[in-house]
Ligand binder design. Structure first.
Ligand SMILES: [Zn+2]
Length: 315
């Protein structure tokens, strides 16, 4: 089984500790139009991204999933250049984002499910955008409160592209709806154990019941805003992880930061005044020692950081 990285396919066993949901860039300029193209110095930005990854690599991180889908700052050439300058293996995303925080991408708006399925499959088997650099994961997303008709189409296209290619699916959730996402995938014949649900634990309340409801269905759950205080402190994540382990779901949970280096458009729309972390080291540096203090064993956190990501990313 292989994992498709920006630098080609690698043996899944070679990944090592993996951050399952991070970003090199989130840039909604293309969709927000202000400004459409962000002015940054290419080499300085590349080096900043490389340095952030190298800092994580020095602490044992071997791979990260770059979860930015089409049109949200997915600078494929830049990301590949970054990947060539670091030992951290990077997995790139096809797919579209949701439409609560910014408008749905113009291509997604005019494409039907079949066209989106073809696009995702092409990005996985041939290359993303106008490159020959292939995506290794399908990202899709739902907004707040309910799944919009266009978001549902994106999820169905993700399911169909997954069935054609075997490429894994990771979803963004905005305060819940993980079960509604699983319903859509199941209706397309994709089992919950083939899905990674992100941002679990960032809901307003009901965290234990909600995370268990996803895990009981077999889904893989990503606790991936660790170190971002506006979504809950370390105790919050430790309690959720311990609960999942106690209930027998160790093999379905993963950890990440949802950090990003180049962020444009996020703060003004989603979280005015909140600075997203650009640090991929918090989990290795601060959080895992705290997890161990709380009684999670070396073997258990290795399952969350090494074994489960390998399993879910391989195809
Ligand atoms: Zn994210």
């Amino acid at each position: 089984m292989k994992v498709r990285t920006l630098c080609g396919d690698v043996e899944a066993a070679s990944l090592g500790q993996t951050l399952i949901h991070e970003h090199l860039a989130v840039d909604w300029g293309e969709m927000l139009g202000r400004p459409k193209i962000l002015d940054f110095e290419y080499h300085a930005m590349r080096d900043k991204m490389v340095n952030a990854l190298n800092a994580a690599h020095a602490l044992g991180i071997g791979a990260m999933v770059e979860c930015t889908p089409i049109g949200c700052g997915r600078y494929v050439d830049l990301f590949e250049d970054v990947a060539r300058h670091t030992q951290v293996k990077i997995i790139g995303s096809t797919g579209f984002f949701h439409e609560s925080w910014c408008p749905m991408h113009p291509i997604a708006r005019v494409f039907d499910i079949d066209m989106m399925t073809d696009l995702f499959a092409r990005e996985i088997t041939e290359g993303m955008g106008d490159t020959l650099i292939r995506a290794g994961i399908i990202k899709c997303a739902t907004g707040e409160g309910k799944v919009s008709p266009k978001e549902e189409q994106v999820l169905r296209a993700a399911a169909r592209a997954h069935k054609q290619t075997g490429c894994p699916i990771i979803t963004h959730t905005t305060g819940g709806l993980g079960n509604e996402q699983l319903d859509i995938f199941e209706s397309e014949g994709v089992a919950p154990n083939e899905i990674i649900i992100s941002h679990v634990g960032c809901e307003k309340d009901n965290w234990f019941e909600y995370s268990e409801s996803l895990l009981k269905r077999g889904a893989n759950v990503s606790f991936d805003r660790i170190g971002e205080p506006s979504f809950g402190g370390d105790e919050h994540w430790i309690a959720l992880i311990q609960n999942a382990i106690a209930k027998g779901f160790l093999n379905q949970i993963m950890m990440s930061h949802d950090a990003g280096i180049l962020i444009h458009g996020y703060n003004e729309i989603v979280n005015p005044g909140v600075e997203l972390s650009g640090d991929f080291t918090y989990i290795s540096r601060e959080f895992i020692p705290k997890l161990k203090q709380a009684g999670v064993t070396e073997e258990q956190w290795q399952v969350m950081m090494v074994e489960t990501p390998q399993r879910v990313l391989a195809f």
